[in-house]
Design a binder for this molecule. Structure first.
Ligand code: SF4
Length: 415
């Protein structure tokens, strides 16, 4: 979500003739930072010290803090005299208007300055909902981003078009709670109707993805429609956070293990080609050893293709904050290791099944190893694919024959 907002703000600034700074003496430095966990906040705060030093050498530099961290860190940011703007991320247009107040005088504003601009990235991020109306006890999103506001279909189509015009090759439709799309719209559009409208309006867009869903809201109708749309990538991210009903209750997740199992079963039944991933929080304050065993047994039974696991960190202004952080860090790390070992064995087995298949890969660029003729991209099922190619196919879709598999990626050759 922050990435999508940043792309839009960057596109606006580029449309005004500004350029990306490369040498540390920028007119404008903007941070648009996540606050879901404390890690990103810590990184931004430590970098701010360096930016403050640069501003001493270049006093006309303006510094703006935007998004969720601007809200969660507001009191401490207000004490930093070198910060020129603190603007929460509830409303993109307000963020953009606030950024405009920091521009040097010689930048002339255009009449359409606030309309849809995109910087243009390989993956175009299009938020379909801002905020979230659920109240998970560990989550700061409803506070930093506000309650759910679905965007009208017209805006979504307009922004998708802007991304494609700027060269995006795939579209991510984003909502903190994607499947709740439309409930707050007068016309009552369902999420599957919105995805179908985007799919049908842009036949040139070869890949559409969506994030992130809550198990409570998965419907058979959504799965039936999505599985029938050929350019929707077969990948479903469905965070369940814990396999213990007691912990789910304390998390206020309005779901149970049985519901998670049922909804995962629906995905396997109705959209069998879809890979499935989840998010898991380790060390929530009420998580006993037996609760964590429940998480392991759920992971084991679901045969997940990916899982993103996080050590719990308490966030101020959430309900769970008052529970403290009673589980020792070493215990959390031990639980994480056990989970990773289990996931590693599942993934090794599942990924080996891809060997011999040819998959369509959207190429992100050269492989990080720096080896010649090696490139990286993602398959429709979200697998990172590292492969060999005689040409540089960055930014295009190519077919890759899978010859190797590892725990977290696939390897092959461009065919
Ligand atoms: S559904 Fe997601 S975004 Fe909404 S409160 Fe729960 S964890 Fe946060």
């Amino acid at each position: 979500m922050n990435g999508a907002d940043s792309d839009s703000i960057e596109g606006m600034l580029l449309s005004l003739g500004m350029e990306k700074a490369t040498n540390g003496t920028a007119d404008l430095v903007l941070y648009n930072t996540c606050a879901v966990r404390d890690k990103a906040e810590h990184r931004m705060v430590s970098e701010l010290g360096e930016v403050a030093k640069a501003k001493r050498l270049y006093p006309s530099m303006k510094i703006g803090i935007l998004g969720c961290a601007a809200e969660s860190l507001r009191p401490s940011l207000e004490n930093r005299h070198y910060v020129d703007l603190i603007q929460d991320g509830k409303d993109l247009e307000e963020m953009k208007e606030a950024v405009l107040t920091l521009l040097p005088d010689e930048i002339e504003l255009t009449p359409d300055v606030l309309s849809t601009h995109r910087a243009g990235h390989l993956s175009g991020m299009v938020p379909v909902i801002r905020g979230c109306s659920y109240m998970c006890s560990y989550c700061i999103v409803p506070r930093t981003r506000g309650l759910q506001r679905s965007r009208p279909l017209e805006e979504i189509l307009q922004e998708t078009e802007a991304c494609l015009d700027k060269g995006s090759k795939e579209i991510y439709l984003l909502g903190q709670n994607f499947l709740a799309y439309g409930r707050d719209l007068r016309e009552g559009l369902k999420p599957e109707e919105m995805v179908r409208a985007v799919h049908d309006a842009f036949p040139e867009c070869r890949r559409i993805r969506f994030l992130t869903s809550h198990p409570h809201d998965v419907t058979r109708s959504f799965l039936e429609v999505l599985s029938s749309l050929p350019r929707v990538a077969p990948y479903f991210h469905l965070p369940f956070q814990s396999g213990s009903d007691a912990v789910l209750k304390a998390m206020r997740r309005i779901t149970t293990r049985a519901v998670v199992e049922k909804k995962m079963g629906w995905i396997r039944e109705i959209w069998p080609q879809a890979s499935i991933s989840t998010d898991i929080i380790i060390g929530f304050p009420t998580e006993r050893a037996s609760d964590f065993d429940d998480t392991l047994s759920l992971v084991d039974s679901l045969d997940l293709d990916f899982a993103y696991s996080f050590l719990y960190s308490p966030r101020p202004q959430t309900r769970a904050w008052e529970m403290g952080d009673p589980i020792p860090h070493t215990e959390k790390v031990d639980r994480m290791t056990r989970l990773q070992d289990l996931l590693g064995s599942i993934w090794s087995r599942k990924n080996a099944q891809w060997i011999g298949n040819t998959v369509s890969v959207l190429v992100e660029g050269p492989e990080k190893s720096g080896k010649a003729n090696r490139f990286t991209g993602r398959s429709p099922s979200w697998h990172p694919v590292h492969f060999t190619s005689d040409i540089d196919p960055t930014g295009t879709f190519v077919d890759v024959k899978i010859e190797r598999s590892g725990k977290t990626s696939l390897g092959g050759v461009h065919v």
